[in-house]
Design a protein around this ligand. Structure first.
Ligand SMILES: Cc1cc2nc3c(=O)[nH]c(=O)nc-3n(C[C@H](O)[C@H](O)[C@H](O)COP(=O)(O)O)c2cc1C
Length: 163
């Protein structure tokens, strides 16, 4: 415990762990993220807290779409190579093995359990270091069935991105 109780409490929130993929006609990127949630039933919306300085931010602005890739716990090694920024690791996509989601063309990593592809409907500057990207679900598929408890989470990895 620290003297910063807000930090302690924020770090207690249990998050899923996903890859967010983005694309334009001539580029594609994969990043990891946990600030991801469904935000509406009708229409089906997904909200993502996205670092303004990320490569993904620029690609999402240009391409207007993204996909959330969901993984089973035993497949964590498929996502961990993508923790570094494209800006720091320009060759990041060279080791990526993926197909393209049918509606948006965003990467679906080989071995992912499911994906949800979204068209961006709003990028909201909320006055912080992350923007809120809101996407409408335009496609999805399940490649490996399973319960939510079988899917990869940050607590399972012992990692944290909060506080
Ligand atoms: C465990 C973990 C969780 C993360 N969650 C988020 C997140 O929810 N949103 C975000 O913008 N960045 C998150 N990041 C940071 C991005 O993955 C990082 O900024 C990445 O370098 C961005 O990649 P890009 O610049 O190639 O787009 C997280 C990093 C880690 C290691």
């Amino acid at each position: 415990m620290s003297s910063d109780k807000a930090k302690d409490a924020l770090e207690m929130m249990p998050y899923g762990f996903y890859s967010i993929t983005s694309c334009t006609d001539d580029d594609a990127n994969i990043m990891v993220a946990n600030w991801v949630t469904q935000a509406s039933f009708e229409p089906r919306l997904i909200a993502l807290g996205l670092q303004q300085t990320s490569y993904t931010h620029g690609l999402i602005e240009k391409g207007g779409s993204f996909a959330v890739n969901i993984f089973k716990q035993e497949d964590s090694e498929l996502i961990t190579p993508f923790t570094k920024s494209r800006n720091k690791k320009p060759e990041k996509m060279e080791e990526a093995s993926y197909s393209q989601a049918p509606v948006t063309g965003c990467p679906v990593l080989d071995g992912a359990a499911a994906y949800i592809e979204c068209r961006v409907i709003r990028i909201i500057d909320v006055g912080g270091d992350h923007d809120i990207v809101v996407g409408e679900v335009v496609g999805a598929d399940v490649m490996k069935e399973g319960m939510p408890a079988d899917m990869l989470t940050l607590p399972k990895l012992g990692w944290s991105y909060a506080g």
